[in-house]
Write a protein that binds this ligand. Structure first.
Ligand SMILES: [Zn+2]
Length: 134
């Protein structure tokens, strides 16, 4: 999650999930990569920006009761793998939902939320979380 937070910090306020797509083999990466590991050695990989679908469904999830200190205020919470409508698996926290009502296949949508802030430097970390799709 650290690298994801870093990317979002560079583009706060944006809602799109930007990944990359290999123009050669069509493989999509999220978070974005600078190269395609499949095509890299052939020297023919052309990497393009790719806007990942913000909607998808819960692929699997776990309710976490014993949260690390940084998450104390929000425990317990649900950590999920979401399969977006274009087939990308993304891990993220499920929020704004009754933990008892989460189920596999539930429709969700990615939203940008503040993850945490560094009180000393004032830096705010942004990241995406998932909420039920209405
Ligand atoms: Zn490729």
């Amino acid at each position: 999650m650290a690298s994801v937070a870093k990317e979002w910090r560079e583009i706060p306020g944006r809602y799109n999930l930007i990944g990359t797509k290999c123009g050669n083999c069509g493989k999509i990466f999220f978070p974005s990569r600078d190269f395609c590991p499949v095509c890299r050695r052939k020297g023919i990989g052309k990497i393009e920006k790719y806007k990942v679908a913000r909607t998808g469904e819960v692929y699997t999830f776990t309710v976490i009761y014993d949260a690390p200190d940084a998450n104390v205020r929000q425990k317990p919470y649900a950590a999920a793998m979401v399969r977006t409508d274009d087939g990308i698996l993304i891990s993220g926290q499920l929020v704004d939902v009754d933990l008892d009502k989460i189920e596999i296949g539930m429709r969700v949508r990615a939203v940008l939320r503040k993850l945490d802030s560094d009180g000393a430097s004032g830096v705010i970390h942004y990241g995406f979380k998932f909420v039920p799709e209405l």
